[in-house]
Write a protein that binds this ligand. Sequence first.
Ligand SMILES: [Fe+2]
Ligand SMILES: [Fe+2]
Length: 330
Amino acid sequence: MTARYDAINWNAVSDAVDKATWEKLTEQFWLDTRIPVSNDLDDWRTLDDKHQWLVGHVFGGLTLLDTLQSQDGLAALRKDVKTPHETAVLNNIQFMESVHAKSYSTIFSTLNTPDEITEIFDWSDTEEYLQNKAAWIYDLYRDASVDPLKKKVANVFLETCLFYSGFYTPLYYLGNNKLANVAEIIKLILRDESVHGTYIGYKFQIGFNQLGQNEQQAMQDWLFDFLYKLYDNEEKYTHLLYDDVGWTDEVLTFIRYNANKALMNLGQNALFPDTEADVNPIVMNGISTSTSNHDFFSQVGNGYRLGEVEAMNDADYHVSAPQEPKPDQQ
Ligand SMILES: [Fe+2]
Ligand SMILES: [Fe+2]
């Protein structure tokens, strides 16, 4: 007899977080082609060469990371699902990663010349520190012998921390009332990444909580080592991108703040002393998705309203989760 193959039954959902996440993600579905980026051309022309270079290259870096997620990140996680609904959620996430990766090309095609676009992709395909982080994470994704929990850690570090060295630039401009449509795309991406990081972190915590004490300790040792290694590389990447415009220190603060959020998604204690209060308030204002999209920049928001959406918060996950994270983890 051949093996049984089961149909997915959404009327028998064993983990309510799967269903809540599916609903959240489908409710906030969007496409890059609906945002009028060309409205930002006047702002773009006011930027000097250094700042135009920065915008193009942070988006080059983000394209690479979203490519990695869409091509390998979610496929790697799908090998270790515990429920069929988790597979469906990961399928949704994978498609949206393709939308994210494509949306930077929409921005490039509006703001940059063909030669500039070629140079940006040559750069992102060869830049040492950018390639380092992609390679380290890809190595974990593709190796079948790697603990699936470590693949989730890598995923959350990418989603909730590594993107933010790039997100800083459009959020800075948003806070200064420039490049509003470009920033709109980035805020839609950021809103997705926030759900992705929370969901995958939650799935990590379920597995982590089932480990014995020694295994938990070993996992924590590994993940903090990996975060240090990524942060060390991220410092060099940030200097490379931001030294010319003088924003490096404040970008590094923002990265450390988001590294702590990644650890929080994984149910771990914060590593860095940086808090929200330390981050440039202009950028925090930009990141605040409570006013996202539909109020502040109404000329964009009114044209794009598929559903009423709001930022994800912890309360969204208080839906009879099978196991709460332990409060005393270190
Ligand atoms: Fe993404
Ligand atoms: Fe993502």
